[in-house]
Design a binder for this molecule. Structure first.
Ligand code: WQD
Length: 341
């Protein structure tokens, strides 16, 4: 049987690269589109080392409608997973127009491209940040979205709305919206992981950077929240479990009879961990004592958020297989091999 061909935008990025590995290992052919805005071409060497496959990449800016259309004129796709986007919450507050221009135009161009091929089959990277300050926990897909806390989060809300409107107007539309909680960890091989190009700001990359001596210390942003130990609660999901969910969502769309409405899935482990519990897990797994101090709260942080993942379990058959210790072991292995490079 001919392999299904999937466009992965942002294929050199963190979640994109791990998803490509899972797609290839699941029998899909992948074409990537990534202009290396916040990723490195070497990631494709890592993917090749794991899978034996050299992934074809279009180093184009997907927000450029002509460049995107030219790619869709040359390639036929059975579906697309659209990761490519700016994702720094703080930066989005400083540069809202850049975030709207990039994140919305690239989505529109990918959707136009799929439409020009008479299909849709789109998987869209959304985020738990669309829930804003959720009023109930755990968050289900039916939990109402609140006001976005940042332009970044608003681009994700607007992206979801664009997809909903498109599917309402086009009976052939098939789309899946995946709302990620806190992705972390790396591929078990240590050959791909989170890109080191930017100075880390997310918790797990900061932890491993401190342990590796690249940063002096970790500041825990607040220990006076109404939680078990006073630090914030999040739902940390291993990036390879997340990758698996994309393959399952794509297969579900291509092979099962799904309704033409976009389907929405929360992708989290379904449990909340505090910042101090995450630090403790790292110290246990690595045997490294982490240099950290308690600091003030970070503006914009919600107290607690974690997923109800029942829907992805029932509809996609998705069960995360890795826990926080696997996250820490793989993130630490990745950090250590970066040091050798
Ligand atoms: C996790 C916890 C911090 C760093 C954001 C986006 C979300 C998603 C992932 C996409 C919080 C604490 C962190 C540090 C700390 N999006 N922390 N010291 O804020 O939950 O989610 O990133 O790309 O949309 O909102 O993730 O990793 O920054 O923080 O104490 O140096 O760790 O306060 O409680 P967050 P995070």
């Amino acid at each position: 049987m001919k392999k299904k061909r999937i466009l992965v935008t942002g294929g050199a990025g963190y979640i994109g690269s791990h998803t490509i590995v899972d797609l290839i290992e699941s029998g899909y052919e992948v074409v990537s589109a990534d202009n290396f805005h916040n990723a490195r071409p070497e990631t494709f060497a890592g993917i090749r080392a794991i899978t034996g496959v050299e992934v074809k990449n279009y180093a184009i800016d997907l927000a450029d409608s002509r460049a995107a259309a030219a790619m869709f004129a040359r390639e036929e796709f059975d579906g697309a997973i659209h990761f490519a986007a700016y994702k720094l919450v703080g930066e989005s507050v400083e540069k809202p127009l850049a975030y709207f221009r990039n994140n919305l135009n690239s989505l529109l161009n990918v959707m136009e491209g799929l439409r020009s091929q008479g299909s849709s089959n789109l998987v869209f990277s959304s985020s738990c940040s669309v829930y804003g300050n959720a009023r109930e926990l755990p968050v289900t897909e039916a939990t109402p979205r609140q006001e976005a806390e940042s332009p970044y989060a608003r681009t994700k809300q607007m992206g979801e709305d664009i997809i909903f409107d498109f599917c309402r107007a086009n009976p052939y539309c098939r789309a899946t919206i995946l709302r990620y909680f806190n992705p972390a960890g790396a591929h078990e091989s240590g050959k791909i992981g989170e890109d080191p190009a930017n100075s880390p700001s997310n918790l797990v990359p900061v932890i491993t950077a401190v342990a590796a001596g690249k940063l002096e210390k970790l500041t825990v942003f607040g220990d006076d929240y109404p939680t078990r130990d006073g630090s914030c609660v999040r739902d940390y999901i291993h990036v390879m479990d997340l990758a698996r969910a994309h393959t399952l969502a794509l297969r579900h769309m291509l092979e099962d009879k799904v309704p033409n409405n976009p389907e929405v899935f929360n992708l989290g482990i379904g449990e909340g961990l505090t910042v101090l519990e995450v630090i403790d897990a790292f110290e246990r797994v690595s045997g490294v004592k982490l240099n950290y101090e308690i600091g003030p709260r970070r503006p914009g942080d919600v107290v607690a958020v974690y997923a109800d993942r029942t829907r992805a379990a029932i509809e996609l058959g998705w069960t995360p297989e890795r826990g926080v210790e696997d996250i820490m072991a793989t993130a630490w292995a990745w950090e250590k091999q970066l040091g050798k490079g």
